[in-house]
Design a protein around this ligand. Structure first.
Ligand SMILES: C[S@@+](CC[C@H](N)C(=O)[O-])C[C@H]1O[C@@H](n2cnc3c(N)ncnc32)[C@H](O)[C@@H]1O
Length: 226
């Protein structure tokens, strides 16, 4: 049964091979340090910024793509890569990107644990971490995407002064993350424990954000500078 489900999704994904990149089959060492080349000659720009100087923002655990598709639509002069290991949800994200006819965003079927294998030093300008899995058991703390183990990986791939924009509904994960940012000597700003009450201008909601805020759960957010 599971096999049939998997082969169905693979067939569907092939129709989106201009948007979805499968890390297992479609990328190699040549991509590392050269992700912006995906967009050479493909993004219309009214400004004079060269391809190499254009910002590259990535989202970890893109899910069904509400956030990345809307954020990329609002920022067409920035390149976006969404990293997600579940091809079924990424298919939903790809549909949204095609509907909006966006050329500045691609989706990568990829396990974030190996992030430093595919990005070079100083290659990424900003990382979005939206509602990552909280891994509530203490013995699983190392799997949280804001654990210092991951922060060391992000430090390698981010430009100096690069940023993480982090949102979660999970107060325990948020407090843990603030401790990890301090442990890593990082500068944290824009901390809020109730993003929606604060009415942050330009906030783009994710699927999980909509779900939890509609249940009355306050959303925590902060910006971390490297
Ligand atoms: C809780 S969901 C949040 C989805 C979306 N960001 C949102 O806010 O609606 C977390 C997502 O991260 C993905 N994910 C978790 N661990 C991952 C990993 N190691 N590599 C890639 N994706 C991962 C999951 O498959 C899932 O789609």
């Amino acid at each position: 049964m599971r096999l049939r489900k998997k082969s169905n999704i693979n067939e569907k994904i092939i129709k989106f091979n201009d948007i979805i990149i499968n890390a297992d089959t479609d990328i190699n060492d040549a991509n590392k340090g050269h992700w912006r080349n995906l967009w050479v000659n493909s993004v219309d720009s009214a400004d004079s910024v060269s391809n190499a100087d254009r910002h590259l923002f990535i989202e970890l655990g893109t899910g069904k793509g509400d956030f990345i598709s809307q954020t990329a639509e609002l920022n067409k002069n920035i390149y976006f890569l969404g990293l997600e290991m579940e091809s079924t949800v990424l298919y939903a994200a790809a549909k949204k990107i095609r509907e909006k006819d966006l050329t500045n965003v691609r989706l990568l079927i990829f396990d974030i644990n190996n992030i430093e294998d595919i990005f070079d030093e100083n290659e990424v300008d900003r990382i979005y971490i939206n509602f990552c899995d909280p891994w509530p058991k203490k013995r699983h703390a190392k799997r949280r995407l804001t654990h210092i183990r991951f922060l060391d990986k992000y430090r390698r791939i981010l430009v100096p002064n690069g940023e993480i924009h982090f949102k979660t509904d999970n107060r325990g994960l948020f407090d843990f993350s603030l401790e990890q940012f301090e442990l890593a000597n990082l500068n944290v700003s824009d901390i809020t424990y109730d993003l929606h009450a604060d009415n942050l201008a330009g906030n783009v909601e994710t699927e999980y954000e909509k779900k939890f805020s509609s249940l009355g759960v306050p959303i925590c957010r902060c910006v971390v500078k490297f």
